[in-house]
Design a protein around this ligand. Structure first.
Ligand code: ADP
Ligand code: MG
Length: 679
């Protein structure tokens, strides 16, 4: 039962089934003190009566309990029979649970209940652990407190030698962490809340530290042990392009990142680098120059984008930049026609194609290269870890990998979800950019908004109207989009304005044509869904209207907004909402209006949503902490990272005596969790 319901298989598992809170058993509240503000309460009283009411699905057990201040109602919807059998009218019970009000009277649904024995002040434990449990277990009498009793029994026989220390002594000392054995005791049965805090602190550190050890082993082994392709020289391709065709001066950040890439690829070890840049920071040109570096050393490169539109656009953009260079570049996506595809596959095999730009289509097994040296993944947060790994298999010596983010990710997230990568940051926008002005407007002000867009278009600029379309199959939002399109047309009549539309249900070719018309300035307005979210680059577009802005997530809003402000003109982003906006949505909108800084927005996004929801990290497994949280334990994470790096720098093989325990612990964990699969 424990196995199935809570995944507890071994004694160790039971020890690691941590309580989610402790109750001070001596603290018993009065029923009359329950107010609507009360969350959890513990009371002691006499059972007055109980009866089963209702039938079948609405069958429930209702009981009343009285202390010297009032009466409290208890109710059970599950495990009714068990509870019924075990309650005795007239006996005293200790009751704990979340309070609510039903018909104006206080009530606890599914309370924890046990015979009441007044706590004896024997100095042992006042803080009683309460464990997470399930309704099913409760129904069988294994409530949170029962689990506590099991754990208590277990701990009474466990000795210090049974809980081997896994953090080296010097770190424990330096950070003043308590021993593992003590931590396990204290997290379950602390004498004081201070003792409890120390135990949690120690165990959180342990979790984070071991995660960092694992990630850094992967990273450092790549630096020190794995073989990688060597890009020895900077040659003609790179130099000619840099000196004759580069349309602008690189920013300091771009130069710095190129240097990092140059160093990485010259060392003889595989590069795995995460390039974090805000929208518009100019990641594409960094990608291109890196690809030229690969070409100088006789290697092919691929650039992978998350959508067809973006792949197409990269292909067009790069082809244009490279038009006077003797470089063969191809576009490979899901909609590439068979004959063309055959030719490209052949070209990649015989090395007549130097660069290939595309979508997921590139990582399909059928795509083979003669000598792939560099794989770039653009706007990465849609590419999972597994897909990254597939790239490595494209050559005997794994190609260098550069992963570029769509928007920045918080540092703590980068350290955990992508901690096996090295990372670069581009925190500088190309010169001459003006910050985008973002405002929130209500639906009622639509006419004004449209007038504003009109004046911008009259100045020769272009505008986006973005609608939420969550899934391609979602009929509702599709209809919303069509209505939106009609509405836009009613403000911008067809004989005066031309409008492009792009959405997920459209055939790829039509999407491309419509997109291209907007890119070339043939149409002034683009009505679309989030399919245009990532990467699209139309510098002349200066206004973006985001419809139903309350439905978008923060990083999505930031990414969308990044489609304007890409030229030298002043740009605007208007977030339109209905009159009712929820609290979270309002906060998202306020942040958007307050800052253009993607790094700040990313932090806030993490705070608001929690790590589990951040795109692309769900499957990473690196975030499954029991106690630690990358939102609340930032400092501890930094510390864990620092200590792990130090330790591995001194002893990557983990052969020093002080690290042997750690090594065997790592090995055990690997066997138990299959952690190695994640890398
Ligand atoms: P992102 O980092 O969002 O992918 P892009 O690579 O699409 O950004 O670049 C955004 C725009 O900035 C493009 O129009 C690009 O040509 C331009 N750009 C990039 N680097 C520079 C630079 N150093 N100076 C001026 N413009 C630049
Ligand atoms: Mg880009």
């Amino acid at each position: 039962m424990l196995k199935k319901e809570l995944g507890i298989f071994t004694f160790q598992d039971l020890l690691e089934h941590f309580p989610n809170r402790h109750i001070d058993k001596t603290k018993i509240n009065k029923i009359k003190d329950i107010t609507v503000q009360t969350e959890y309460i513990q009371i002691a009283g006499t059972l007055l009566d109980f009866e089963i009411v209702g039938e079948k699905r609405s069958k429930r057990l209702v009981a009343h309990i009285r202390d010297n201040s009032g009466i409290l109602e208890l109710a059970w919807f599950q495990g009714v029979n068990w509870v019924h059998k075990n309650l005795h009218v007239g006996s005293d019970y200790l009751v704990f649970g979340r309070t609510g009000f039903f018909n104006g009277k206080p009530q606890i649904v599914h309370p924890e209940i046990e015979p009441y024995v007044p706590a004896i002040a024997d100095g042992k434990t006042f803080l009683e652990p309460v464990y997470p449990t399930t309704e099913k277990l409760k129904a069988r009498g294994l409530n949170g407190r029962q689990i506590g009793k099991l754990t208590y029994t277990l701990l009474s026989v466990v000795q210090e030698k049974d809980v081997t220390e896994n953090i080296p002594e010097d770190i424990l000392k330096r950070l003043q962490l308590i021993k593992r054995y003590n931590a396990y005791r204290s997290i379950h049965f602390p004498q004081t809340s201070d003792e409890y805090e120390k135990a949690v602190h120690r165990l959180k550190f342990e979790e984070l530290f071991f995660a960092q050890i694992r990630l850094n082993i992967i990273r450092l082994q790549r630096h020190q042990i794995s073989k990688g392709i060597v890009f020895e020289k900077v040659g003609d391709y790179f130099n000619n392009f840099y000196n004759q065709h580069l349309p602008f001066q690189l920013t300091g950040a771009q130069k710095r990142v190129l240097k990092e890439i140059r160093n990485d690829t010259a060392r003889g070890h595989q590069m795995n680098r995460l390039l974090q840049g805000d929208v518009g920071s100019g990641k594409t040109i960094v990608a291109l120059l890196s690809m030229l570096l690969a070409a100088d050393n006789g290697y092919q490169s691929c650039l992978m984008a998350p959508t067809e539109i973006l792949a197409q656009q990269h292909y067009n953009g790069l082809s244009e930049l490279l038009k006077e260079m003797p470089i063969e570049i191809a576009l490979l996506t899901g909609s590439t026609k068979t004959a063309k595809r055959k030719k490209i596959l052949q070209g990649l095999l015989d090395d007549t194609i130097h660069f290939v730009v595309g979508t997921h289509a590139i990582i399909e097994d059928i795509v083979q290269f003669k000598n792939l040296g560099l794989a770039i993944v653009d706007e990465q947060h849609r590419f999972g870890v597994a897909q990254r790994a597939k790239l490595w298999e494209k050559a005997i010596i794994p190609p260098h990998v550069l992963v570029m983010t769509a928007t920045p990710i918080p540092r703590t997230l980068a350290m955990t979800a992508y901690g096996d990568l090295d990372y670069s940051i581009m925190d500088e926008l190309p010169p001459g950019r003006q910050p985008i002005t973002t405002v929130h407007r209500y639906e009622t002000a639509r006419a004004n908004v449209m007038d504003f867009v009109k004046t911008e278009i009259t100045k020769g600029r272009q505008a986006y109207f973005i609608y939420p379309l969550i899934e391609e199959s979602e009929k509702m939002s599709y209809e919303d989009l069509m209505q939106g399109y009609e509405q836009v047309k009613s403000f911008f009549p067809e004989h005066l304005y031309s409008i492009s539309m792009v959405h997920g249900r459209m055939p790829a070719e039509q999407k491309d044509t419509n997109m291209q018309r907007f890119v070339s300035g043939d149409t002034q307005i683009m009505v679309g869904t989030t399919v245009i979210e990532v990467g699209v680059n139309v510098p002349n577009a200066s206004v973006m209207v985001i419809e139903s802005a309350e439905k978008f997530g923060l990083s999505q809003l930031h990414q969308l907004r990044g489609r304007v402000g890409r030229g030298t003109e002043k740009s605007f982003c208007i977030l339109l909402t209905g009159s009712k906006v929820g609290e979270d949505a309002r906060e998202r909108i306020n942040i958007m209006c307050a800052t253009n800084d993607g790094f700040k927005i990313a932090e806030k996004d993490l705070q608001l949503r929690g790590p589990g929801d951040i795109e692309g990290t769900r499957q990473s497994g690196a975030l499954n902490f029991k106690l630690a949280s990358i939102v609340n334990d930032k400092q501890l994470l930094e510390m864990a990272r620092f200590e792990a790096e130090n330790l591995l720098n001194d002893d990557i093989e983990l052969i020093m005596a002080k690290n042997l325990q750690l090594k065997s612990f790592l090995y055990l964990q690997k066997v138990k969790t299959g952690w190695s699969k994640i890398s």
